[in-house]
Design a binder for this molecule. Structure first.
Ligand code: URA
Ligand code: CA
Length: 441
């Protein structure tokens, strides 16, 4: 096999064979193909695309470039949910305990924060003592015992993706549908779940900004998953503004606990129930979305969801007392309101900007070496469409010092746009996508 010929073929817009795809993916995983040739091929793929077969073959080759987790010893159909990345998007911590409390095993491998988006692992690590790394045996044992475990991806999960993603990041080739789809789905297939619900975000804060592009990405990914023999569906959900009101690691854990303690309802719960219902259906615990939502609501209202979260935290070495007293989570030194400079309605939000503000406060990393401050972030008091009066709080900041609070306050007043004209609230769920169908809401 000759890498120059493979690059040449894709440069001319031709279709790569399965052998050619397997060859360069293996070369990416084992380091035998130099970065400059991989980068040239990635740009050719970005410019000329890949058809459905090529994209599926690329995904499977990436899945098989490393370890594939075997969950077949679990009772029932293990399920997992994956979000393409959002701000204030804490659905995992709400739905994983609820779904497990309804009898469907949740064996979830999560990621860390990336760019402006938060990561479940970073959020969980704000709980004192909690660990997100464990052996495959311990992972399986925990799922058998309490029905749920949320851990980090093993080091050797889809190693080809690690190489290719790092190159894409620095060669302007992230925004390619076949490259995004294969990157995401290869990791989900390797993590072993049989039923997978994708939460594809759409809007200003998402990977794909338009609804049509988000639906297309969702369907490409679902088809790859189904072709690979897994049960996969996708919901396209809104990221025109943060999903929950809390942004920041310990703050998002607090919001998930508030929801599971039935102190708070709202968009985070709505989207969590919607995603969780699809997981129960893939896990064959419910026949209809309505039935599934009733089961999840019962688990919420009986307190079994919160109890399952408590058990999961304890099983992973964390202090579960935060479930009963959220002030046991890390607390920020400086707490300060951000006031609206004018009266009117919230028109729109710069969601990526808000994510970057949280990151700059210390809630995310700018370089791999950065250490996260779990206590910092902010709570938004308004959603798009809400009326606001001059001098009313738009947000409350949780900062490490006065200077960081001042910088964040200035940024947030620019990232939340207030204007006299009333606008409608954002729709939360835009579409449901299966292998064959697209249902728009
Ligand atoms: N997330 C991934 O894991 N891969 C991509 O390509 C984009 C988002
Ligand atoms: Ca087995």
């Amino acid at each position: 096999m000759n890498m120059v010929e493979i690059i040449e073929k894709k440069k001319l817009g031709k279709t790569l064979s399965q052998d050619e795809i397997t060859y360069f993916v293996q070369g990416a995983a084992d380091g035998s193909i130099p970065d400059y040739q991989l980068a040239a091929l990635l740009m050719a793929i970005r410019l000329n695309g890949m058809n459905r077969e090529e994209t599926a073959q690329l995904t499977l080759a990436m899945t098989n470039s490393g370890d594939v987790c075997d969950l077949s010893s679990l009772n029932g159909i293990p399920v997992d949910k994956h979000s393409t990345g959002g701000v204030g998007d804490t659905t995992t911590l709400v739905l994983a305990p609820l779904v497990a409390a309804c009898g469907v095993p949740v064996a979830k491998m999560s990621g860390r924060g990336l760019g402006h988006t938060g990561g479940t692992l970073d959020k969980m690590e704000s709980i004192s003592g909690l660990s997100v790394s464990m052996s495959e045996e311990a992972f399986l044992q925990q799922v058998k015992e309490i029905g749920v475990a949320v851990i980090g991806q093993s080091k050797n999960l889809a190693p080809a993706d690690k190489t290719l993603y790092a190159l894409r990041d620095v060669t302007s080739t992230v925004d390619s549908l076949p490259l995004i789809a294969s990157s995401i789905v290869s990791k989900k297939l390797a993590s072993g779940a049989q039923g997978i619900v994708l939460d594809v975000k759409t809007g200003a804060g998402a990977l794909m900004h338009t609804l049509d592009a988000s639906i297309e990405l969702a369907q490409v990914m679902v088809r790859i998953g189904c072709d690979a023999g897994r049960k996969m569906v996708a919901l396209v959900t809104d990221m025109g503004e943060p999903l929950g009101s809390h942004v920041g690691n310990a703050l998002e854990v607090k919001e998930a606990i508030d929801v599971l303690s039935r102190r708070v309802k709202g968009p985070l719960l709505t989207v969590s129930l919607e995603l969780g219902a699809r997981l129960l259906m893939l896990g064959e615990a419910a026949e209809t979305v309505e039935q599934a939502k009733e089961m999840l609501t019962e688990a919420l209202e009986s307190g079994r969801g919160l109890e399952t979260l408590r058990k999961m935290i304890a099983a992973q070495g964390g202090d579960p007392s935060c479930c009963d007293d959220v002030t046991r989570l890390p607390q920020a030194k400086v707490i300060q309101d951000v006031l609206s400079a004018s009266s009117g309605y919230i028109q729109h939000m710069d969601t990526i900007g808000l994510g970057n503000t949280a990151q700059a406060m210390g809630a995310g990393r700018r370089t791999k070496e950065d250490v996260i401050d779990p206590s910092v972030g902010f709570v938004l008091h308004k959603r798009i469409g809400d009326p606001v009066a001059e001098g009313e709080p738009l947000a409350t900041l949780y900062a490490k010092d006065e200077q960081s609070a001042a910088i964040a306050a200035k940024a947030i007043t620019e990232q939340i746009h207030v204007d006299a004209r009333p606008v409608p609230a954002c729709k939360l769920i835009h579409a449901f996508v299966t292998e064959e169908t697209i249902e728009r809401f």
